[in-house]
Design a protein around this ligand. Sequence first.
Ligand code: SIN
Length: 328
Amino acid sequence: MKVHKDSHGPRVLVLGTGGTIAGRAASSDDNIGYVAGQVGVAELLAGIEAPPGVALEAEQVAQVDSKDMEFSIWLALAQRCAQALADPTLAGVVVTHGTDTLEETAFFFHSVLGALKPVVLTCAMRPASALSPDGPQNVRDAIAVASTPGAQGVTVVCAGVVHAAQDVQKVHTYRIDAFASGDAGPVGFVEEGVVRLAKPWPERPTGAPPSIPDWPRDADPPRVEIVFSHAGARGDLIDSLVAQRAQGAPGAISGLVLAATGNGTLHREIEQAAARAQAAGVRVVRATRCPQGRILAKPGDTIDDAGALGPVKARIRLQLELMGTTGC
Ligand code: SIN
């Protein structure tokens, strides 16, 4: 499906994937009892005035509640983005997405696309059927970012704030300003369709060149699980995951992210089980449970750390590492 709202450039491609932004509830005063992923992206755009001179095109790539996001959808999206970004006439891409795993999709794109043009993910906390939905303004703001000369990299736009993919995190369950960038702070703000930068646009990640377009859509990524370290933690969950691997069970783990306390510390039971996992050939990484700050490595650390990445992004980075693409 394609929607041309204006025949003049710059062109922005809007890819729909579902989420609350495309959600419908039975009543306009219901902001939580909706079904996500009901309204098509063309319909979402129908009520939105494109910025002057900007030509919009829309494609529906998926229609899911983002809690059910899958690697295959990431691949389809990333491949479509890569193809679109290679078109010299295209200014940028906007992706409408659920809020729940938005930071994961954004980080995946950041890691694999090497985007020099803007790829802007946006969302909503209220369904399209709400009395006062936040989606239309967010989409309008995301299009403003995607068509801003000089904009680059993977960002998330929500409630007038532009966040870098590597920093953004969903921090609120209900408020429309649901995202934050932690210590790093936002990239900037969108005010009446104009971007005000607070810092430079995100750099493309360093490391191996992106290889995303070559991956088959049905590729099964290496299984990487996240295990929390917490008061009273036990290591038997890790041991049973490692035992499945030893038995050659299909889809057994290749990697483990330990959601660690504070500066990367682990309950002794988890630490001992992690050592057994490493000895069995599982790649283990620590990521802090803290929403802000980074793990500061210490002499004698025996398990690598993910720096400032939280557990869900550390999991993606580890999957890409195990697939042979460093990402960032
Ligand atoms: C989803 O993530 O798809 C549903 C929740 C939301 O978009 O806020």
